[in-house]
Design a protein. Structure first.
Length: 693
């Protein structure tokens, strides 16, 4: 074991003075190793480097002061408190404590010298500080203040700032004794080309910035850390990608006559973009290496039929296909499309539904296991242990952002057979900003369907307050008289399906009262799948005019005659989600409308966000803004898995570093492979690493 390995794994428990309690609290902050502690950066700093004369302290000032105790009293008026007056010759200041110990009281004797830090306010007797941070100091230390700013760390209950500060100090001392901790893994050449300070210097600066340190300097130090963190993530993905490139996969080809037969059976001609993407997929599938392709296409761009083509290629080459969708509703819909398209070509399509139990389920599992079922559709239930494929050659995942990176990889592992990996096709309507693409999706090649089928018009979006509700309801009436259908989407801020259901139910009742001639259906996440299906089918067939729904309809619903959507409380949703919802309309001929009906007053931020939707239907622009406004977790689908989290890096802030990160990663992989593993160990928690390759 090399020195650096040994020290990078040094535990916080090895620091002097860390007992069981402290260890537990540090654990809550995910601080297990010494370098975790060093990467736990202050959220802000307090300036305790200069004393303020007492005479000049004004209410509202945050100040470091020093003085001698003149008198101390316990006052019982209103609320019992300890009041202590200190003076420094320029004026007085009162210190007030509502909680205090006998020991504290007895030490605040007249003549005692104190140094206090706190915020001054107007008190009963004059300017005072309530519960200041204070310490007794010896006369000879008077005026001898800190040289560096005081860090304030994110903490947890029971873990005091003082404890964190002194632990970090000890950790920094340890680095000086032992250069193995925070060892510099980025070669000097690269470091100076990038203009970055060393890791150690950056860390020390961030924990102990000198008085007057420029914000720019601190920013640079933070970037230095973010850079290394992003580098570690990038290395992890690149290494995984390189590993996968060396694996074997079955060769899948779709014979021209079958392809033609399939395409001729469709009621439409493919768009140029669909054709191009199919070619890209065909090339991948015909190579004996696993395809790892992401197909990105805005809502309604026609990804499903592209997936069906790929599925047919696998099926024609004696392989099975697994198609995973994020919800039962969507899986069912794909099941119907696939059955409709593929069964005439002699393919057995199976649906592994959550609702199927007993006999049906057993039979489906058998058909999957013995290979009779060629295409298998389902939700993440397809991962389950009991699902065994006979010869899985292609895995298709729809709406990837709903799944974690790790779920995706797990399904790939599931299909490994005789050393061959299945090909993987991922489809998403959420355009992935370039910054994210380079990390969470860097193991994928990307195809873009950048063209909508002909005859689609952009959805006209308006943003109006709920005070104009009756006007909106009137518009629905007109709309339905024109024989077109409407969605009404109810949203709630809390992730509570129960509350959301109530809101939808109440809305449906109210709308039924206001629109007696309109046939109203209701669908929400708490309904049984059969009930949901029934309502959706009625809406599809046109026997329901107005569908009141929760956000369950977000993905996949495809009813071209529905051209008006009202979204209640859109200010509560993210932009990408709203864009998805809005994508349910604008699927047929004629104009389509989306009414974003907010609850006034709107915050300036919400106003800006809704304005973006009104102005653009470009999914890329929307996704970039979403990232900027909400952070990457949501988009990457890591909310659910709660795993990939950056400690220091912030993609919205540090995204511009990614080109350099990529270049540096290549240099390390080529010329300094020894640095890779230690960097991954340092930055990536065990569960986050792409794969042990
Ligand atoms: P998404 O990319 O959002 O998943 P879908 O695959 O659900 O889109 O396609 C939306 C609708 O457009 C479906 O009804 C589909 O049959 C239809 N569609 C797909 N491709 C074309 C095309 N080239 N021309 C006309 N309609 C198409
Ligand atoms: Mg789709």
């Amino acid at each position: 074991m090399s020195l650096s390995e040994a020290t990078d794994s040094l535990k916080v428990a090895s620091l002097k003075g860390v007992g069981a309690k402290t260890l537990e609290r540090l654990g809550k902050l995910n601080l297990h190793k010494v370098h975790d502690l060093l990467f736990h950066l202050p959220s802000r700093y307090e300036n305790r480097t200069a004393l303020m004369p007492l005479g000049s302290v004004r209410p509202g000032d945050q100040a470091l002061v020093e003085g001698q105790v003149e008198l101390t009293e316990v006052i019982a008026r209103a609320r019992r408190s300890l009041v202590c007056r200190i003076s420094d010759g320029t004026g007085f200041l009162y210190l007030r404590f509502f909680h205090f110990s006998g020991d504290q009281l007895s030490r605040l004797k007249p003549g005692a010298r104190l140094r206090c830090f706190g915020e001054a306010r107007e008190g009963y007797y004059g300017t005072e500080m309530v519960h200041p941070d204070y310490q007794h100091i010896a006369d000879e230390d008077a005026g001898n203040v800190d040289q560096s700013l005081t860090p304030v760390y994110p903490s947890t209950e029971g873990l005091h700032q003082k404890t964190l500060r002194s632990l970090v100090e000890r950790a920094l001392d340890l680095c000086l004794e032992n250069s193995g901790i925070l060892h510099e893994w980025i070669p000097e050449e690269q470091l100076s080309a990038l203009g970055f300070p060393t890791l150690f210097d950056s860390v020390r600066l961030l924990h102990q910035p000198p008085a007057g340190a420029a914000a720019e300097l601190l920013g640079q130090a933070q970037q230095r850390l973010a850079f290394e963190e992003l580098l570690a993530h990038h290395l992890s993905v690149s290494r995984f990608r390189n590993h996968m490139r060396q694996q074997a996969a079955p060769v899948l080809r779709l014979p021209d006559p079958v392809s033609k037969q399939f395409l001729d059976s469709l009621p439409f001609a493919l768009t140029g973009a669909q054709n191009r993407v199919i070619q890209e997929i065909a090339t991948d599938l015909a190579a004996a290496k696993p395809m790892m392709r992401l197909v990105q296409g805005d809502v309604g761009s026609g990804k499903t039929v592209v997936a069906a083509w790929a599925a047919l290629a696998a099926l024609s080459s004696d392989s099975q296909v697994a198609f995973m969708a994020p919800t039962e509703l969507l899986a069912e819909q794909h099941y119907r499309s696939f059955s409709h398209w593929l069964e005439p070509l002699g393919v057995q399509v199976a649906y592994l539904a959550g609702k199927h139990k007993g006999q049906i389920r057993r039979e489906t599992l058998e058909a999957i296991a013995d290979g009779r079922a060629g295409a298998v559709l389902g939700t993440h239930a397809l991962f389950q242990e009991e699902v065994k494929f006979h010869r899985l050659g292609l895995v298709i995942i729809d709406e990837q952002h709903r799944f974690g990176v790790h779920q995706r990889l797990a399904l790939r592992e599931k299909g490994v057979r005789d050393g061959q990996y299945p090909h993987q096709l991922i489809m998403t309507a959420t355009p992935i900003p370039r910054t994210l693409a380079m990390l969470g999706y860097a193991d994928l090649d990307v195809s873009v369907i950048d063209e909508l089928p002909p005859g689609r018009n952009p959805v006209k979006t308006s943003v109006i307050p709920s005070t104009r509700r009756s006007e909106v309801i009137g518009r629905i009436d007109d709309w339905v008289k024109g024989r077109r259908q409407v969605y009404w989407v109810c949203t709630l801020i809390e992730e509570s399906e129960v509350l959301e259901r109530e809101a939808a139910e109440n809305t449906a009742i109210a709308l039924a009262g206001a629109l007696p001639k309109v046939r109203i259906g209701l669908v929400h996440g708490r309904m049984k799948p059969v009930e949901k299906e029934e309502v959706m089918d009625s809406f599809k067939s046109g026997s329901v005019d107005l569908l009141v729904a929760t956000t369950v309809i977000e993905v996949g619903m495809d009813v071209p005659n529905a051209g008006l959507m009202v979204i209640e409380n859109p200010e509560r949703l993210g932009l990408a989600q709203l864009h998805q919802l809005r994508g349910r309309v604008g699927r047929g001929p004629g104009d389509s409308f989306c009414v974003l009906m907010y609850q006034p007053p709107l915050t300036p931020g919400a106003k800006e966000r809704l304005g973006i939707l009104r102005e653009t239907s470009d999914g890329f622009v929307i996704a970039e803004k979403d990232l900027e406004l909400r952070g990457p977790g949501e988009l990457l689908g890591i909310r659910q898995t709660g795993q990939v989290q950056f400690r220091v890096a912030d993609l919205a802030r540090d995204g511009e570093l990614l080109d350099q990160v990529k270049a540096t990663a290549e240099i390390l992989l080529d010329s300094h492979p020894d640095a890779v593993e230690p960097l991954l160990k340092r930055w990536l928690a065990d569960g986050v690493r792409y794969a042990e390759v």
